[in-house]
Design a protein around this ligand. Structure first.
Ligand code: GLN
Length: 200
């Protein structure tokens, strides 16, 4: 399996390093030809409005959306989660929501850059993962088909920060910015299972 990392803007090398630590081949995706060569996609953190704009100008938006709709596994972190969401509150009016995850996200919903913070969240089975939030999107609604894998409570109730719908995983935080590989390993497992189901 080769995992593509959308390389238009954002923390591409950090995701590739995380995948390499798990022994997974990755390549940057900046063009349709590069997209054709990968089996799963990571949409990195960065700035979703900038990534969305570059998706349009590079001609990648349509082909990426159609691969994702055909069931290609995907993992979006922070800005990547915003791109995968079905509804974006406080996005730019021309900002596409790919709709692969049935969630509503509020951009910068945990505060601006100065309010960036580190915490940790517990996954099923009691594993704790470190969570880094940088102008992070807040998941304000999640549809019935969305499994909430981790939450955080910043004083106003628990909100989902790691969600899954089929082979699509989304994180409000940045697992690529910590040395812990739990969340990337979860995605690699999901993507491998989904590929073997398709190729049976
Ligand atoms: N607030 C940014 C956005 O809307 C995401 C920030 C991030 O990825 N660290 O794209």
């Amino acid at each position: 399996m080769r995992v593509g990392v959308l390389a238009l803007q954002g923390d591409v090398s950090e995701h590739r390093a995380a995948l390499a630590d798990l022994g997974v081949d990755s390549s940057p995706v900046r063009s349709v030809a590069e997209l054709d060569g990968v089996d799963a996609m990571v949409l990195p953190g960065g700035e979703s409005t900038a990534i969305a704009h570059l998706l349009v100008t590079s001609g990648l938006l349509g082909p990426l959306e159609s691969r994702l709709r055909q069931g290609m596994p995907a993992f979006g972190t922070c800005a990547g989660l915003v791109l995968l969401a079905s509804s974006i509150t406080d996005g730019r009016p021309d900002q596409p929501a790919l709709g692969l995850l049935d969630v509503t996200v509020l951009r910068n919903g945990y505060g601006r850059q100065v309010a960036s913070f580190e915490s940790s969240s517990e996954l099923a089975g009691g594993v704790r993962v470190p969570t880094v939030f940088i102008r992070a999107p807040r998941i304000t609604e999640a549809g019935d088909g969305v499994e909430v894998l981790a939450t955080i409570d910043v004083g106003d109730g628990a909100h989902p920060v790691l969600v899954r719908q089929g082979a699509v995983l989304g994180a409000s935080f940045h697992p690529e910015l910590t040395p812990d590989r739990t969340v990337h390993a979860l995605f690699v497992d999901l993507a491998s299972a989904s590929r073997s189901a398709v190729h049976k």
